[in-house]
Design a protein around this ligand. Sequence first.
Ligand code: SAM
Length: 282
Amino acid sequence: MDSGFYIVATPIGNLRDMSYRAVDILQGVDLIAAEDTRHSQRLLQHYTITTPTLAYHDHSDERALIKIENCLASGGSVALVSDAGTPLISDPGYRLVRFVQERGYAVRPVPGACAAIAALSVSGLATDRFMFEGFLPVKPGTRSNRLESLAGETATLIFYEAPHRVRDCLEAMRNAFGSEREAVLAREITKTFETVKRGSLAELVGFVGADDNQQRGEIVILVAGKRGGEQEMGERTSALLRRLAQELPAKRAAAIVAEHTGLRKKELYRYLLSLKVDGPSK
Ligand code: SAM
């Protein structure tokens, strides 16, 4: 095994989602830096890995960094693992990777599970372009602002969310992106209660609201990117909007359709302007 610093992905639920190489590396390194050493023991014991561990998170003091550096300086190897999935993906390690690179040591990936990618792969949403947003801000106002700023994004959006916030979060998404925007709730991936539910944001709000079990466990929410005006609102809505705009000022027509569909008034208005619909004064 080459010496250096290894970023090792671990399973996100099913312990068998561990690569042969990840086991080899964790058995072979001199030290494993773990987000939570007690949590990682279950995995290490399962694979009979007896390598010494050291607690590491992004606020660890200098002593942890010095231990890691000393190990590398003496020609040894260190691995970083987080509680689940790929380290650094909404997990600690960024500061440590920079620290190690700046001292000239090799940083080597040992790829494996990542909840965002696993969820995307089964979502049925477009995968050609996606944006990982991780956890949204907890405060409702700040969260809404962040979502508003993403409303025009055309790539698929991927969020991590805590179970006790999933319902509020889906409601905030419905308000920011519109009721009709397609989204996916991916819950407990690779575990017993694995659920992948695709629907409009309005449907998903109803789905989690009607069953408390859908507000449990680990959750990824994916939201389809914004599509062209007509595609997003559907043919019947866009026909209605165009018809109303022949009778009413465009702003008024957009407001009425927004009120009845949950679509964004501003977007509907913009759509009408793009069509240059002839109607009474705008
Ligand atoms: N580093 C991890 C990764 O590679 O996915 C993510 C760590 S982050 C602290 C934990 C969040 O990831 C959870 O709150 C949840 O949003 C998501 N997650 C992790 N495991 C999951 C699973 N089995 N099913 C669904 N979401 C999961």
